[in-house]
Design a protein around this ligand. Structure first.
Ligand code: BT5
Length: 260
């Protein structure tokens, strides 16, 4: 079955977020950004994207078979109080995949979900100014039934998909419904359950305990990844022994051996 509004609403009968499924979008994040009057909990899904976006101006390859969705959240409080949102969203995706597929994904700090060294999902959180404060657009792309041989050549070694890992088709409405339930739960516990979710994040984080390279706009250095702080930041020990808290947005973290 294809992803559809009818398929989703039959699985989510009393869900109070608004869902829309598009055949194709440039980027669901970009489209949702333009809907300046949309309420909290507006969800835009697309079966494919022509200009799916990653962080730092990168592209997210979005062929048919993947699940591409953006949710508008308008949490109370200043944007600085929800720095942990992307980390909690990674936990929500991980829980949903566990619920629906029985697979335990790892989390590569900060926004990638991985399995056996391959990226299956990426998350992009963007802030949007609104009349009543700041909104946050949480964009999630999952390689669900993606045939990774159809991805650009440079991604074929590093990208994986759920259907390839499981060896069978993954019903997209079912997985998306699990994901929306988990995102809803995340939104409700955004502040009250933050510590619990971040502990789960830390336990699943494959970046920890490894030597990494921190790539910033101005500098790049090696460090040892120690833990996750209360904002979802990465705590690293630099070569001079000092500790640093790394935040997303500005930096990339690379493992020294390959993608992880
Ligand atoms: C991300 O950025 O991974 C965030 C991806 C967010 C995508 C969703 S889809 C719905 C919503 N609408 C959008 O337009 N975006 C969001 P980043 O960490 O910067 O990773 C980008 C990098 O991942 C690229 O440079 C590639 O190396 C790799 N990549 C691109 N497409 C991929 C794919 N389909 N599977 C695995 N890796 C991919």
């Amino acid at each position: 079955m294809e992803l559809s509004e009818a398929g989703l609403s039959s699985l989510l009968p009393s869900f109070d977020w608004r869902l829309r499924v598009l055949e194709e979008a440039t980027s669901t994040n970009q489209l949702l950004k333009q809907e300046t009057a949309a309420p909290h909990g507006t969800v835009l899904l697309a079966k494919r994207q022509t200009r799916g976006r990653g962080r730092l101006g990168r592209l997210f390859s979005s062929p048919e078979g993947g699940i591409y969705l953006s949710v508008l959240l308008c949490p109370e409080g200043a944007p600085e109080s929800v720095l942990h949102l992307t980390a909690m969203a990674a936990v929500a995706v991980r829980r949903a995949v566990q619920d629906f597929c029985g697979l335990q994904l790892g989390i590569k700090w900060v926004n990638d979900l991985v399995l056996e060294g391959k990226k299956l999902c990426g998350i992009l959180t963007e802030a949007v100014p609104r009349r009543d404060g700041t909104g946050l657009i949480l964009g999630i792309g999952i390689n669900c039934n993606t045939d990774t041989r159809k991805l650009p050549l440079e991604l074929q070694q590093t990208a994986g998909s759920l259907s390839q890992a499981l060896g069978h088709f993954v019903e997209p409405n079912g997985l998306t419904a699990c994901l929306l339930r988990r995102l809803y739960e995340m939104d409700r516990g955004l502040f009250s359950e933050k510590a619990l979710w971040l502990r789960e994040y830390e336990a699943a984080c494959v970046t920890l305990g490894k030597q990494v390279r921190i790539l910033g706009a101005k500098e790049s250095y090696e460090a040892f990844a120690l833990g996750i702080d209360e904002n979802g930041g990465l705590i690293v020990r630099k070569e001079d022994g000092s500790l640093e808290h790394i935040f997303t947005g500005e930096v990339s973290v690379r493992g020294l051996s390959g993608y992880l």
